[in-house]
Design a protein around this ligand. Structure first.
Ligand SMILES: NC(=O)c1ccc[n+]([C@@H]2O[C@H](COP(=O)([O-])OP(=O)(O)OC[C@H]3O[C@@H](n4cnc5c(N)ncnc54)[C@H](OP(=O)(O)O)[C@@H]3O)[C@@H](O)[C@H]2O)c1
Length: 391
């Protein structure tokens, strides 16, 4: 196998792992939200030809410390006249869902093995993880022109997708692409499986959630409340903390930018923390793990606080405490639960319909704003699920 083949396979396998979690959209049914009309899409499709400009954002350098716009370069290239192969489709990306995990593959070395988020290639289009796209040319009868599909949201207008990377059937007519990617999407399922399967929460338990105002975290806190837990969220700044209490109905919030986490957790959870849902890693993880209750469960979902850092994500320093307190610490990928996604989907839908689960989206617009939008994931300058609509 050549290096190029290996890189192509790695990219595909990473996408397979991540996109596998997105396939539930099919059971949403119609009537969820605003529609995108197929006729206008067909009209657009008719206008697409070899001279059509494909706007792209390329990765020009790896970012070993804080990511900046200098790591990206804007380009415009014609689509060209290479015909689609059998089974292939050409899509126009219409909604991008920037994800913190993309940041992992903007390092030259990830130390995570080949299968998950391998380094992107310098000079190539920035790879996405999640997005919604419309088929504009097709050599695949299952994906006709006009169909909406879940896609990787690579940072370009148009993407060719071969048969191997077409994981799920098209979305049903009438689905709002923003709903498809948020309320029922990848992060909501991550919250669901992480909390219920790994956290194994029980009514009355105390649950602490970091990154609580983010896409995954804000769903975690709501499910934990629905299940009768006492919920403490950790977020940056008073505004976000107040919102978590007043809008999401959690019991207390800790402002990690201005408060001492150890002291506050001790005060709010005097009997210890039963479940810690960790989205951020680093010192916050350490402070909460130090206060786990007997038989506590630590759910390792992500480590956003260290993604901008070239050092490896550190573990907790006092492992003996885990022994003495019989604590379980377990990581997961949402794709581990791929086979059960319909279950999550049904529950998420039920809670959304009953008004028990709300989903805040921060929807930005304009392809040219992709780098800034992505960087907002790491600066805290966003709320809820961050999305960008293509123009
Ligand atoms: N295991 C899986 O399968 C899986 C799937 C999806 C996502 N994830 C992981 O889940 C985590 C959350 O993802 P998401 O999509 O919900 O991201 P998100 O919407 O960006 O939320 C992350 C939150 O973390 C906070 N944050 C950012 N930098 C921080 C720092 N240095 N220290 C403390 N808090 C910080 C931000 O809010 P503040 O303003 O409060 O700082 C933000 O609201 C990430 O680590 C991601 O990689 C894992």
């Amino acid at each position: 196998m050549t290096l190029k083949d290996r890189e192509t396979n790695q990219r595909s396998s990473r996408r397979a792992v991540l996109q596998g979690a997105l396939g539930t959209s099919l059971i949403v049914g119609s009537g969820i939200g605003g529609m995108l009309s197929t006729p206008s899409a067909s009209a657009k499709a008719a206008a697409i030809g070899p001279e059509t400009i494909n706007r792209q954002w390329l990765l020009t350098s790896y970012a070993e410390s804080a990511i900046s716009k200098a790591n990206f370069e804007y380009a415009e290239v014609p689509l060209g006249d290479k015909a689609l192969e059998e089974g292939e489709v050409l899509v126009r990306n219409i909604v991008y869902a920037p994800m913190p995990s993309q940041r992992i593959s903007m390092h030259a070395v990830t130390n995570l093995g080949d299968g998950y988020m391998p380094p992107m290639e310098i000079g190539k289009v920035v790879s996405g993880v999640s997005g919604i796209a419309r088929v504009v040319k097709s050599e695949n009868s299952q994906y006709p022109v006009g169909a909406l599909i879940t896609a990787s949201g690579d940072w370009e207008d148009y993407t060719r997708i071969n048969r191997r990377r077409l994981f799920q059937p098209p979305l049903p007519n009438g689905i709002d692409p923003v709903d498809a990617i948020s309320v029922y999407g990848y992060n909501a399922q991550t919250a669901y499986f992480g909390l219920l399967r790994l956290g194994e929460i029980k009514s009355g338990e105390t649950v602490v959630v970091s990154g609580a105002s983010g896409s995954v975290g804000s769903t975690v806190v709501q499910i934990a409340k629905l299940k009768g837990c006492k919920v403490i969220g950790i977020a940056g700044g008073k505004v976000k903390c107040d919102r978590l209490i007043n809008e999401y109905g959690i019991d207390s919030a800790i402002d990690y930018k201005n408060e001492n986490i150890t002291e506050r957790v001790r005060e709010l959870a005097p009997e210890g923390v039963d479940v810690y849902f960790d989205n951020v890693g680093g010192p916050i993880m350490q402070d909460v793990v130090d206060q786990m209750a007997k038989f506590g469960r630590v759910v390792l979902c992500g480590a956003i606080s260290v993604y901008d850092n070239e050092n490896l994500a550190p573990g907790p320093r006092n492992m003996l405490r885990l022994v003495v307190y019989s604590i379980t610490m377990r990581g997961f990928l949402v794709s581990d639960f791929h086979a059960e996604r319909d279950l999550a989907f049904a529950d998420l839908r039920k809670w959304k319909d009953s008004g028990d689960l709300m989903y805040k989206t921060d929807v930005r617009e304009g392809f040219k704003n992709l780098p800034e939008t992505f960087m907002a994931l790491f600066s805290g300058k966003k709320e809820g699920s961050l999305l960008l609509k293509n123009d």
